[in-house]
Design a protein around this ligand. Structure first.
Ligand code: DLZ
Length: 156
């Protein structure tokens, strides 16, 4: 008897990827988008296989992702948003809603939806997570690619 190891990789060939970007804190979400596109293209995803769409805020991400999945033949979606605490109770509501919405989408659609949503105390913390090194949009893109690859191995 030996152990069976099954792992995905970040180069699932021919994948079609959607990206939904929240407009709130767009100076930061646009940098996450840049990081996600760089990671996708660096792992062999063709430009014609990438669809980018936008929604008003992180609260709207789950519905926007669901609509995108319903309308296009995608293998996975990357949801990008930035929620900044800023002394408002909205922070908790928006974070709870988007987190629950995205996990529900993963399980109900059976397609990987990456949680590229920063939840920070201030703008400085958010900016620190979207630099050329350690860009969280890029990390979310790699997560979706690995999950597509893993699903292909498990489901074939
Ligand atoms: C209302 C709101 C607030 C206060 N803060 C943020 C935020 O930091 N990041 C974000 O993505 N969206 C925020 N929003 C907007 C909500 O996500 C949503 O767009 C509105 O409540 C309208 O449904």
């Amino acid at each position: 008897m030996s152990i069976t190891y099954i792992e995905g990789n970040t180069k699932p060939e021919g994948s079609k990827i959607g990206i939904v970007v929240s407009r709130w804190n767009s100076a930061i979400t646009d940098r996450m988008l840049d990081g996600a596109l760089k990671a996708l293209k660096g792992n062999g995803i063709k430009e014609e296989d990438i669809i980018v769409t936008r929604c008003p805020g992180s609260f709207e991400l789950p519905l926007a992702v669901q609509s995108l999945l319903d309308s296009k033949p995608l293998d996975g979606v990357i949801a990008l948003g930035v929620v900044i605490r800023g002394g408002t109770p909205h922070f908790e509501y928006v974070c709870d809603a988007v987190t629950r919405g995205i996990i529900d989408l993963n399980l109900n659609s059976k397609k990987p939806v990456a949680f590229g949503v920063l939840t920070t105390d201030d703008v400085k913390q958010a900016v620190a997570r979207v630099g050329d090194k350690g860009n969280k949009g890029g990390e979310a893109a790699l997560a979706v690619l690995e999950m597509i690859s893993l699903q292909r191995k498990l489901n074939h």
